[in-house]
Design a protein. Structure first.
Length: 405
């Protein structure tokens, strides 16, 4: 009977996610907020709480995080990461200062402890690579001059995850300073070692994993990723970091083939992850934090626009391209939920999960809108200001101007 109930509940979840995904695709919006709302509906305090399948969904959610980070690592080679780090690190520092600090300040104003402060800083700092990549494709901006700047900021954020996630993992686990320092040292050492091996021996690693049979390639890549993620978790580093490093180590045809094979699995388990996060958030706990979430969302939307504008200006992009870069970076999504999920699982701050959920829901909807309309609105405002305050014509220009009878 328990097995039958589990199959019925889990089948209903998958079917519901598929229908929500089709609905989102029809209106060209991100399905993430719909997945979160579905989790809220079926969690504690929701319309129809789940019972038998919750543990199974938790395992699927963990696999979803692993696949999200693996696929992100497959997008970049080790040489790309090193090059971006050398060239665009000032943009990364500005990004951190403008977007992480507001989250930390709000946490302190709410009277939260230091661990919750660090977690909320990460929630507001990291943009959603998945949502932004989809929006750029939908708007036909992949070939634009500002797009490499946007991707550079995202790469730096993703690389920072390899350092940030172990710190958060150690903090939420409540380990001491010595243990936390050892954990961070292991994470940095592992990241450095993987980058070194990927740069020097990336072709050898890819050749070892490579296979002409899609089934064998899928099994080897998926098995290797989950194995490394488990070892990383055992070392108190973070399963997500382990998966990210595996993705970086693979390159060339292997990375392309793995990306094609794993994309459907990634989408499935990532959807389950968002549902799982919603399951652990009581809908009745969201209204009390809705106002702070809305204020924080609007503030960090502006700071992300400023980040993109500054980074594009530094790269010599035109004014219109700077506004497009800023508007494209606003969306938050999977990484903000991953970070908040670590704290929610550890029971750090009861209000953190609801606030993060409301925050992501707002910005995952607002992000595509700012990507589309920030540049037109900025251009309209500039023209309006010029029409109200026209610039005086220089005398030399007046002298050279033709006389019209």
């Amino acid at each position: 009977m328990h097995s039958a109930v589990l199959l019925i509940e889990f089948g209903s979840i998958i079917l519901g996610l598929g229908l929500l995904g089709r609905f989102a695709g029809r209106f060209r919006i991100s399905p993430i907020p719909l997945y979160l709302l579905a989790g809220l509906a079926f969690g504690e305090g929701g319309l129809l709480p789940l019972g038998a399948s919750e543990e199974f969904v938790a395992t699927g959610a963990e696999i979803g995080v692993i696949l999200l980070l693996l696929m992100l690592g497959l997008e970049y080679t080790a040489s790309d990461l090193v090059s971006n780090l050398k060239t665009h690190y000032p943009s990364g520092l500005v990004d951190f200062a403008l977007n992480a600090l507001p989250g930390a300040a709000v946490a302190l104003l709410l009277g939260w402890g230091p661990v919750a402060t660090v977690v909320l800083a990460g929630v507001t700092w990291i943009s959603s690579s998945g949502v932004i990549a989809k929006v750029l494709g939908d708007l036909g901006r992949v070939g634009n001059r500002e797009t490499p700047v946007i991707l550079s900021v995202l790469v730096l954020e993703d690389l920072a995850m390899a350092v940030y996630l172990p710190i958060v993992t150690a903090l939420v686990a409540g380990v001491g300073l010595m243990t936390g320092s050892v954990t961070l040292a292991i994470a940095l050492g592992a990241a450095g070692l993987v980058l070194f091996l990927a740069v020097r021996y990336g072709r050898v690693i890819s050749r070892f994993v490579s296979s002409d049979d899609p089934e064998k390639l899928l099994l080897v890549v998926l098995g290797l990723t989950i194995l490394v993620a488990g070892v990383a978790q055992q070392l108190q580093v973070s399963a997500a970091v382990g998966a990210f490093l595996v993705g970086i180590a693979l390159s060339g045809e292997v990375a392309e083939g793995a990306h094609t094979l794993l994309s459907p699995l990634r989408d499935l388990f990532a959807a389950i992850f968002f549902v799982f996060f919603g399951l652990h958030t009581d809908p009745t706990s969201i209204p009390p934090v809705l106002l702070p979430a809305l204020g924080l969302a609007l503030l960090t939307a502006l700071t992300k626009i400023a980040t993109g504008y500054w980074a594009a200006r530094r790269a010599g992009i035109s004014v219109k391209g700077r506004w497009r870069a800023g508007g494209a970076l606003v969306a938050r999504g999977e990484f903000s939920i991953v970070i908040a999920g670590l704290a929610v699982s550890a029971g750090i701050e009861p209000s953190l999960g609801p606030l993060a959920t409301a925050y992501v829901l707002i910005l995952v909807v607002l992000g595509p809108l700012t990507a589309r309309y920030t540049e037109p609105v900025a251009t309209w405002w500039a023209r309006r200001r010029e029409s109200r305050h026209p610039q005086p014509v220089p005398r030399a220009a007046e002298a050279e101007a033709p006389v019209v009878d």
